[in-house]
Structure formats: structure tokens, C-alpha cells
Design a protein around this ligand. Sequence first.
Ligand SMILES: [Zn+2]
Length: 225
Amino acid sequence: MPQYAVDSNTNEIVEIGAWLLTRHRRGKPLCRVHNCGVTLTIVGEHNPDRATHFRHPPSTNCPSILTNAVPYRQLQNVPIDHAQIATIKMVFLNNIHQIFNKCSSLIPNLSFQEFFEIIENAHNLNIWGYRDIDLEYIPYILCTCNPYFVQRTPYRNHPFHFVFSEIQRVDELWINAGNNAHVIYRVDRTTQDVENINIIFDLNNFNNHSNLPQNRINSINVLLN
Ligand SMILES: [Zn+2]
């Protein structure tokens, strides 16, 4: 249950405890997800057995609500260009350490096994053929290639999943590159709090060395060839 909301007066993100103390000077508590933005209610305030939190109105389609988090929803029916598949795979394999390092920045404590599994799922979805895809989008797409990531000590207190904002299908990101939908949400599946992560082209800032072992890289090579 969300602990944070956006103040409709100031656009500030406010934690529930702070909200209760200062609400006389606040507006309405809004959901942090851009394409949701509904007014949340406060529940549990007078119930000592329950932690106070924000809540969505019933029958919302907000992607932070677990029943709305349909795996691979935005990766369906993307037009495929068969002519580019070999090239995209090669570029991907040539940059595998940078991709791993960037994915690790998005998915805290990413294990080698998880990295292999998301590539396996991506391969089954044939993301290499997504028409006009840029390598820079691939780490973000990989984040959505797992239904969710389990809790994993350290750095990962709760399970979470990823969903792209405001789009029905992932290629809308590059078909309509001027839109303001260049955000991916990391949704905490325990608290339903959402972190907004801006989609940026910074793969070159990541090291092209990593701890990813050679035998994992060999398995990825075998998978893709
Ligand atoms: Zn919402």
C-alpha cells in the first residue's frame, strides 16, 4: 500500500507521516504514476492495528496495482523486421558488459542467473527484431522481460516489477520519440510505491568490463546463435 503521494498544490512527493502532520497546507494526494494521477484516499489513520497508507479508488487501471501488472503486456504485437535481427544481436553481444552494468543499475543486486533469464525471455519475445529498435532501449526492455524480481538481500528489500509509462506498446517510445513518455516505473510489489526512472541514452557511460563470468557470456552466445 503506497506510503507516498504527490501533493496537487506543489507537485512535491510526500510520505504519509509527513502528509498527516502538514495536511492543512496541502492539496489532494495524487498517485505518482503519470498516466494514473488519481486522487488517493488515506486509510488506517484511526486503526492502531494497521499502518496508515494511501489507497487507490476501486477499479482503477493504475499499473502500480498488482492485478493490472500483466507480464509482457507492452511487448506484444510489436512489428518485427527480420532483416535487422542478426545485426542487433551482434551489437548486443559486443556490448554485453555495458548492458549488464546498466541493467544492474536499474535492477539492484541483479544476479548472473537473473540476467540470463531476462535475456532468455527477451529472446523468446524476439526483441532483436523490434523494428527500428535502438540498443539504448534494450536495458529498459530487459527490465520488463521478467514478470517481477524477487526480494534479494542486500539492496532489494521487496519484490518489484517494471512497466513503461503512458504507452500501450514499447515501440511507441521510438516511433513517437518527442513524447514525454520516456519513463519506466519500478513498482514495489509490497508497498505499491512507484519510482519513476527516466529513459536516457547513456550506455557509453557504463564500463565495458563487468563481473559477468565468461561461461555466462558463452551461454548467452549459444542462446542467440
Ligand atoms: Zn495510480
